[in-house]
Ligand binder design. Structure first.
Ligand code: ADP
Ligand code: ZN
Length: 727
């Protein structure tokens, strides 16, 4: 017998091994296989009587680590699907799907282990070890030698700890600091809207068929309650349910609510846990002990046997896209998994993505709506402040960030003993030239995205098509001498706020502040929620799902930091961010106010967010269709980098010269990436854009093969299918 093994190696294939006489292995089992001079753990993928690979010597797998497959048939098919779609190796997808490291590097020093350690080994290894330990009479030293060698190579303490950690009998018992469930009040009486949604969802659950829904509900409309009741019904029907949330650290409140409602059946899967904790939750799912799971992105791979419901909360959130390693979109793959398992899929959001809205329009996804806040709280009053106004500019000075009207509103709010949230986006920012009079950034004539300013080269560049031009002084839209170099400044905002409101208790929350201190995020959010802070200055981290009962004023300091970005989703992101962050203002019993400072209050993303929200989608869809972007045409990015600038540039030329013509897709670039140099590597990207009626995936495989053939070993080539970041 031969077995194909997925190894965590970034190669696009499975590896063929022979199964030694007397060893049994099933697809999905964890095995130990020799690779070069070391052993690596991998997952047995498929068995065959003929080797799938004939070149060179076929080696034997060293051991099967557990008789029960680690991954069931359904997950194996999902991982295969993902590897095919994102053009990466099954081994790397598998490694990304498992809760612990699938790899250990053995130390040179081999320690022969004590008996006690052998007794803790998983059964198959245990048998092997015992066979050698108790050398049965009649077994010659010669027969034993190969086993002994194998075992010696395996059994140092580190390896044993690693291997046994995968074994269910070796579950760590620590329950150390996880979240404390909130005491659970009985489920509330549903509002009429909620009840209608729950009824529809429950009916679908009973059909046991793939049924996708978009649950669109304004912030505070009670979506979580709808999720929980659908989960409850799913459990009653004997199936399991999975809830994906964007970033666990930002959704602790929701997890506590779930733990309160489902204390015994819930597993929590996220990267904030230690490896043993995560593994324990994962094993609880695998063993059937936990029948519900909540987690970020990678919880998508929770090893449920009979998944009946998948919920993706905040489905529009960009963090569902994994940016490193295997660049998968967890929401999209949740859809694939739900289809494979004939499950109900709920995509929930207050500001759905264009992709999901397009699926609704195409009749592929049913639309459920929650239009009102539970308890009748009103949505905030929105107001735009035009920063281009000369009087304001004069009053604010060159570097000022807080306009006089915003300052007045802050002072009034503090006077009422209410809280203020000041928001400044920084995610995915690239510097640009902006006109302070008309608010226009300079756009690429081909691609309808903002050009990025490269200071040292004093050039304006399009990172989609490599269009390049000199920076100008005069704004091409309004003809005035009013262009300036635009960039965000969270620290500067904090300083200015402190100077203006010296009495107020102020904290700042962004990646920098959080990276210095892991507890900073939770403690700051808690302090703000408990109203021990007056003003919170923050980035997108503060925009999501929190209940801040005391916030009466939200200030969006510079709407342009998300709007003028080299990304075709810039308008969508801006609309979503403003809607989300404004939703933080005025919950329960008081009217909230949101003030949006902008150079271009007429931009449709802002005008609709502030005024007629329903008008945004048709306008954005028209733009996407006309410019040929998703959800109408697919994109992929081929990324390559080199430590040597000239070598990378030469490779660009070669690649460009060799690009084939295609009826399926057009190739734009290669162009330098907006982050043209990262970790000492120079970066370029080639945008691949599906043609009308074409099929993107027909070109991707051959293109990647071509790019790799043309590259030397110093050039790294990667592919990103359905990219979300263009930096
Ligand atoms: P969303 O997820 O849509 O922002 P939540 O589900 O978090 O909204 O609900 C907002 C608040 O309203 C929560 O505190 C929740 O406990 C409460 N809530 C939800 N549904 C009801 C209901 N039917 N009756 C009373 N309170 C509810
Ligand atoms: Zn362009």
């Amino acid at each position: 017998m031969f077995v194909q093994v997925a190894l965590p190696i970034p190669k696009r294939s499975l590896f063929t091994y022979a199964v030694p006489q007397g060893m049994t292995v099933a697809p999905g089992c964890l095995v130990l296989a020799p690779v070069g001079r070391i052993f690596r753990t991998g997952v047995a993928w498929s068995l065959s009587s003929e080797p799938a690979w004939r070149e060179g010597e076929i080696r034997q797998i060293a051991a099967v680590l557990d008789e029960t497959p680690l991954l069931g048939e359904e997950l194996l098919r999902l991982l295969e699907w993902i590897a095919g779609y994102y053009l990466c190796s099954i081994g790397s997808v598998t490694a990304a799907a498992l809760p612990g490291k699938l790899e250990f590097r053995r130390k040179r020093r081999v320690v022969w282990c004590e008996d006690a350690a052998i007794d803790r080994l998983p059964a198959p290894l245990h048998t092997l070890a015992n066979r050698i330990r108790n050398r049965p009479a009649g077994l010659s030293e010669e027969t034993l030698a190969p086993h002994r060698r194998e075992l010696k190579a395996l059994l140092d303490h580190q390896a044993i700890r690693f291997l046994t950690s995968w074994h269910p009998c070796a579950l760590p018992t620590d329950t150390a600091p996880e979240t404390i469930p909130l005491p659970s009040p009985p489920p509330p009486t549903l509002t009429d809207e909620q009840r209608r949604c729950v009824q529809t969802l429950c009916a679908a659950l009973e059909h046991h068929r793939f049924t996708p829904f978009l649950l669109e509900g304004v912030t505070g409309s009670g979506k979580t309650e709808v999720y929980m009741q659908a989960m409850q019904r799913c459990l009653e029907l004997g199936r399991q349910a999975l809830l994906l949330v964007p970033e666990i650290s930002l959704t602790m409140q929701m997890i506590q609510r779930l733990q309160g409602r489902f204390p015994d059946t819930l597993a929590v899967l996220h990267s904030g846990l230690t490896d043993p904790q995560r593994l324990r939750h994962w094993q609880r799912v695998r063993s059937g002990q936990a029948r519900l799971a909540v987690g970020a992105r990678s919880a998508l791979f929770a090893p449920f046997a009979n998944l009946g419901l998948i919920i993706v909360d905040e489905e529009h959130d960009p963090s569902y896209k994994q940016e490193h390693g295997v660049p998968y979109q967890a929401r999209d793959m949740a859809t694939v998994r739900a289809r494979h398992t004939e499950a109900v899929l709920i995509l929930g959001s207050a500001t759905p993505s264009m992709e999901t809205l397009a699926n609704v329009a195409r009749g592929r996804c049913q639309h459920l709506l929650l239009t009102r806040r539970v308890g009748g709280g009103t949505l905030p009053v929105m107001r735009a402040i035009h920063l281009g106004n000369p009087a304001l500019r004069q009053a604010m000075g060159r570097d000022g960030l807080l306009s006089p009207p915003l300052r007045e509103a802050i002072a009034a709010t503090l006077g009422d003993k209410r809280q203020v949230l000041l928001f400044l986006n920084r995610r995915g920012f690239a510097p640009t030239l902006l006109c302070y009079r008309c608010g226009q950034a300079i756009h690429c004539p081909n691609c309808a995205v903002t050009l990025t300013l490269h200071k040292n080269r004093s050039r304006l560049l399009c990172h989609y098509c490599d269009h390049c031009q000199d920076p100008m002084d005069i704004c091409p839209s309004c003809g005035q001498l009013s262009l300036f170099q635009f960039g965000p400044g969270t620290q500067r905002l904090e300083e200015e706020t402190r100077a203006a409101f010296p009495e107020a208790r102020i904290a700042r929350l962004d990646r920098d502040a959080v990276s210095h201190d892991a507890r900073h995020l939770q403690t700051t959010l808690e302090a703000f929620r408990d109203q021990r802070l007056d003003i919170l200055v923050g980035t997108q981290m503060t925009a999501k799902g929190h209940h801040f009962p005391g916030v009466a004023l939200v200030g969006v300091v510079q709407a342009e930091t998300s709007l003028c970005q080299p990304d075709f989703r810039a308008a969508e992101r801006t609309f979503q961010l403003i809607t989300q962050v404004a939703g933080r203002a005025g919950r329960e019993d008081h009217q909230g106010v949101a003030i949006i400072q902008t150079f271009d209050p007429g931009h449709y993303a802002l005008a609709t967010a502030i005024g007629d929200q329903a008008a945004f989608t048709p306008m954005e869809m028209a733009f996407r269709r006309q410019a040929g972007y998703p959800p109408f045409r697919r994109l992929a990015l081929l990324l390559f980098s080199s430590a040597l600038q000239p070598e990378g540039a030469a490779y660009c030329q070669t690649l460009k010269a060799n690009l084939p013509g295609s009826a399926d897709a057009e190739f734009l670039g290669p162009a330098p990436a907006p982050l043209a140099k990262l970790r000492n590597r120079y970066r370029w990207q080639l945008l691949i854009k599906e043609k009308e009626g074409g099929r993107l995936h027909r070109v991707l495989g051959p293109l990647l093969a071509l790019a790799e053939k043309l590259a030397n070993r110093r050039i790294r080539v990667e592919i990103d299918v359905d990219p979300h970041s263009f930096l």
